[in-house]
Design a protein around this ligand. Sequence first.
Ligand SMILES: C[S@@+](CC[C@H](N)C(=O)[O-])C[C@H]1O[C@@H](n2cnc3c(N)ncnc32)[C@H](O)[C@@H]1O
Length: 350
Amino acid sequence: MANTRTKPQVPKSVGSCEHPAALIGALSPLYRTELGAAFLADAGAVLTALPAESANLVFTSPPYALHFKKEYGNVDKAEYVGWFLPFARQIHRVLKNDGSFVLNIGGSYNKGVPTRSIYQFKLLVALVEEVGFHLAQECFWYNPAKMPMPAEWVTVRRVRVKDSVEYLWWFSKTPHPKANNRNVLKPYSADMLRLNRRGVREAVRPSGHNIRSGFTDISSGGSIPSNVIEEQEAHSLLTLGNNAANDHYSRRCKGAGVKIHPARFPAALPEFFIKLLTDETDVVYDPFAGSNTTGAVAERLRRRWLASEIVEEYLAASRFRFDEDAQANGSGRTDAGSKARQDQLRIWTE
Ligand SMILES: C[S@@+](CC[C@H](N)C(=O)[O-])C[C@H]1O[C@@H](n2cnc3c(N)ncnc32)[C@H](O)[C@@H]1O
């Protein structure tokens, strides 16, 4: 369970920057990498130990208030806001003034009826009105692999359709958080390239928007992405999404006979926001880290990172994400993972 050991650490430095483990001197990480540290600890304990204004980005997916409970436990919808707000207040405190907090949260049905809970919207209002966050933008994760649940309403009685999105709420401490969408440009679409070749006539759309000749300019290096992060983007941003049953992490878990985390998000989600909202050596923290997808992406993108997780089996297995070959290949989708390669891990276990 939660690690409250107090063995002092001797942090290595990251270039001229301090190793982020030094930010939480009182706690001892389960493992450290070149750029980050993973704590087997309650998120509340790590948040409380972190100094004010020490993190550039908090990116996380806490347990949702689900109708069907996951194996690691979920809080009831009625208690969700009250459960989450103490964490949120600490997140607000530890963020730098130009920092961001991105919360991945899913929706849920009310028990016994085909109507949706509004627990996540109550949380959003409380985060803005009670904690003081600004809602920088509401984004969505388009996840067509979600199960058609609840079966009674979707596949048996056929009175509801499949749910394929989750929220990615981007909050900030001030109205002007650090952000640069040039870091997340997408390849131009075939239509855009065709229009560029042909050129467009200047016109005013029925909506009133002016279409000028520069509309089809493709000299910016890519098109500005929308607020819907799609699986296709996962495929173009990385070699593959992170949840494939045979990805590097899963195969390493199977090989070692340890449990695969049941609710991982694809690496494309933290990748998108880390690139959009942080620079190299900035500090990224995932308080509900699970299999530490966020930390592994941060390491690959040369950001410093912190992670906390209360289930030892999940956090211990998350080390597989830092195999050298997994890091070198982005999503960790490689066939290597031999003993020899494990021995080369850039990991310091405690
Ligand atoms: C939805 S999962 C996160 C999965 C993660 N995004 C990934 O890709 O692997 C939420 C995690 O929060 C952990 N958790 C729940 N309560 C916690 C707490 N108080 N402190 C730290 N971790 C907690 C659960 O054990 C679970 O692994």
